[in-house]
Structures are given as C-alpha cells and as structure tokens.
Design a protein around this ligand. Structure first.
Ligand code: AMP
Ligand code: GLY
Length: 421
C-alpha cells in the first residue's frame, strides 16, 4: 500500500511511524514532512495549503490512503476534493471540519443538543458584545470564531480587559477574518483533559485520555505554546468519568451530526474542562492533537491502516480496536526563544542512539543539511517513551532526552506533574 500523510510536524512523524508498522504498507509519502520523516518516508515538497498541487500529485500517484494531520487543509476542503476523485482520505470534509474551524458553529450544536459547555454569547458588533460581557461577570473568556493558530482565546479579568480584547478581535482584526465574530463565554474552573474519538459517522472508538502542557515553563508558568509535552492516560479521567463523557458528549454529538446532515468521519478531539459540575466541552478539534498523538499512537495496538480503512468504509464497529495498558509520555524539546522568537539552524546531536527500546523521537521542526540535522522550527523534537507505569515512562523519556542536544534547547522538567507529584 502507498500512504500519503499531509503535514510536517511531530504528529505526522508519529503517524508515519505507526503506519510503517503495518506490513501491508510498502511506501509512505509526507507532504511536506521534515528531516525525521525523510528517514522512514519520502518527503514531497508541497505545502499543506496547496490543495491543487496535493490533488494533482495524488491523482498521478494514486495513494491507497491519504491521512491529513493539521486542521488547515481540512478546513480548506481537502477531503471534498479527494473524495470527488475517489481517492480514499482520512479526515472530515469541509462542512464537518467547521467543528474546529468555527467556534460558534460548534457552540450552536452543543447548545442545541444539550451537550455540556460554558454559557456563552456570539457577536459581530462591538456594542452588543460589550453589553453581554458586562452582564456575564469575570473572569470570562473571549474567543475569535475562526482558526487563529491557538492564539485567538483571551482570558480577561475585568471589563476594561474585555473591551480591549473585543476591540482587538472585532475592530483591529488581530486575527484577520477569524475575528469576524466573537464568542464570549463564562470561565470554567478545573483540570483540562483531551479525549480523542475516531468516528465513521455511525459509531466511534475512544483513544486513551491525555493531558497536554500548554505553558512554556515548569509549574504551568510563562507564555502559551503549541504544547510542551503530554502524557496518557490521564488519571483524572476515571472510567466513570469517561462513561459520562460518552453519554453526555460523544453519543449526542453523533446524533446531532445525523440530524444536521453533517457527514463527520475522522477524529473528534474534545478539549474538556473537568468542572465540579461534571465535564464540559471547551472546544473540538477535527484532527489529532499535537503533542497528544505522540503518546496516543504508541498506545494504539490496532494498525492505524485498519482504523482509517474502517472509517472510510464506515465499518468501524467491526474492527478489533485494541489499546495497550501501558503509559506514555512525550517531552517537547524547543528552540531557544520559543515561543516568541525561536532561533533555528543549529545542529542536533544524539538522535541516533541504538538499543533504546520503548522510546521514539518524533521530529517537529528539523531539516537535513549536508548529512547534518539542524533545528528548523520552534518545537524541534518530541521525545517519547512508554512503559508499565507513568513514572517509568517519564524516567525513560527524560533519560532518552538527556542524550540529545542542541544549543539553547529548552524543555519542561515537570511533564505529567498533575499525575505524578
Ligand atoms: P480553546 O481553543 O477554546 O480550547 O481554548 C484554549 C484554552 O483556553 C483552553 O485549552 C483553556 O485552557 C482555555 N479556555 C478556553 N475556554 C475556557 C473557558 N470557558 N474557561 C476556562 N478556560 C478556557
Ligand atoms: N494539543 C493541542 C492541540 O493539538 O490543539
């Protein structure tokens, strides 16, 4: 089988690593990939937003499956284009991908079908937004409606800050067209957890729970990032809680899709706040999380090809979906200056160490230049390990990390702290 993976991050490297384990797979292509993926696949230099070139390539090469990593090509409609040409592809179509592409689209579905979420209002006009903001109370959360690379969410403490935030989004257009509308919602308190489900529109399967670490510094301090590490499963998601999430979130969501004629096939990644009144949806993503994928795929025992094939054929309820009882952790090694101004172009050493089983290094921002691998992005590598306990997975991951180096590398030393310390 020939598999095309769209994307260039550690998530896509992990997808390639997992796909490669299926003996039916003979060739993997990454568009555009990175230095890590080039060691197990062929990189094709097409950006994820160039749908025309991706389609032209796929029509010529006829991959047996295309797996889409990031949200942007999904929201641009890559799945619709490939489906028209009868090219099997994994991910939601453009209409369904609005679940990530528009926070207001999602909020409307959640409210209509009684799925627990923060109380909110949506606005296009500043004066109406301000009236609602003042009534709601503080802290509150202001969100640009569209995709804003994880930056369109502001937590504000008072009305003055709210006014500033609303103006930035609606008037100054800090997030461009993503800020044509805003959502203002009540602040929810609790632990956050990520639950990924895979659906073929008729049924769904749940991957182990995970927890991401968004802040750059230990103890959840400093600036927000794309994620500095993750672990799975997250003990705060007990079996009882997961049952509640199935009954109150995923079951009604699948019913909602049917009623609204939304053909959702792919990943449903629920960002949840575990509040004292039960789990509530903060957001949905239409793809696998990054860095969550790097801990979830090592724990998936079933072939990913079996899963994507079953989603395409709508036979997900018929496959043997097996998840390992192990624990996994991944630690992001970032470039100096990340997340504000990452400095790139320095050589990385220690990537090739043999005999380290139950570990994997998934590349995020790397490049090969004249036999050397150098840094080429803010998040550079994700060092992953899996073991019988979270503590052992942590020890193994940090031990492997200690063998890798590049100038100015920084990483968090407390990944998994909510579960371990
Ligand atoms: P989102 O992109 O909607 O998931 O928001 C990004 C981050 O903002 C989340 O991971 C939370 O940490 C925080 N957040 C979003 N909505 C809320 C809320 N209603 N209450 C508290 N924190 C929130
Ligand atoms: N881990 C957060 C995300 O993938 O959006």
């Amino acid at each position: 089988m020939k598999i095309l993976i769209i994307g260039s991050g550690a998530r896509e490297h992990a997808i390639a690593w997992k796909v490669k384990q299926d003996p039916r797979v003979s060739q993997i292509y990454l568009a555009p990939g990175n230095a890590g993926t080039s060691s197990i696949a062929q990189n094709i230099p097409i950006p994820v937003t160039d749908l025309e070139s991706l389609l032209a390539w796929a029509k010529k090469e006829r991959p047996d499956f295309t797996i889409v990593g990031p949200e942007i090509p999904l929201c641009l409609g890559i799945v619709d284009l490939f489906e028209k040409e009868n090219l099997p592809i994994f991910g939601p179509n453009q209409q369904a991908a609005q679940l990530e592409g528009s926070k207001i689209f999602t909020k409307n579905i959640l409210v209509k079908y009684g799925i627990p979420t923060a109380l909110s209002g949506s606005f296009t006009e500043l004066d109406k937004a301000e009236i609602f903001s003042q009534k709601l109370g503080f802290p509150q959360v202001i969100k640009a409606d569209g995709l804003a690379a994880g930056k369109g969410v502001l937590i504000v403490q008072n009305f003055k800050q709210a006014q500033e935030g609303l103006r930035q989004i609606l008037v100054d257009r800090h997030f461009g067209a993503a800020g044509n509308s805003v959502l203002i919602e009540e602040f929810l308190d609790g632990q956050e957890a990520s639950i990924h489900a895979i659906t073929d529109g008729n049924s769904y399967r749940i991957l182990p729970s995970a927890q991401d670490h968004k802040r750059v510094g230990d103890g959840d301090t400093g600036l927000n990032t794309g994620g500095m590490g993750a672990y799975s499963p997250a003990p705060c998601v007990t079996p009882e809680l997961l049952e509640i999430v199935r009954k109150t979130v995923f079951d009604p969501l699948l019913i909602a899709f049917k009623k609204e004629n939304i053909d959702y096939r792919g990943v449903l990644y629920a960002g949840l706040m575990l509040t004292s009144k039960g789990p509530k949806v903060l957001e949905f993503n239409a793809r696998l999380g990054d860095p969550e994928t790097q801990v979830l795929l090592p724990l998936l025992e079933t072939s990913l090809i079996d899963v994507v094939e079953a989603v395409w054929k709508r036979t997900l309820d018929q496959i043997n979906f097996k998840v390992s009882p192990l624990h996994a952790m991944t630690i992001v090694m970032a470039a100096p200056g990340y997340p504000e101004n990452p400095i790139t172009g320095t050589e990385i050493s220690g990537l090739e160490v043999k005999g380290k089983s139950n570990t994997a290094i998934f590349h995020a921002g790397t490049k090969s230049i004249a036999e050397k691998i150098t840094t080429a992005g803010g998040r550079v590598l994700t060092i992953t390990a899996w073991a019988e306990s979270l503590q052992l997975a942590r020890d193994l991951a940090y031990e492997r990390l200690s063998l890798v180096s590049f100038e100015g590398a920084h990483f968090r030393r407390d990944i998994g702290h909510r579960a371990l310390f």
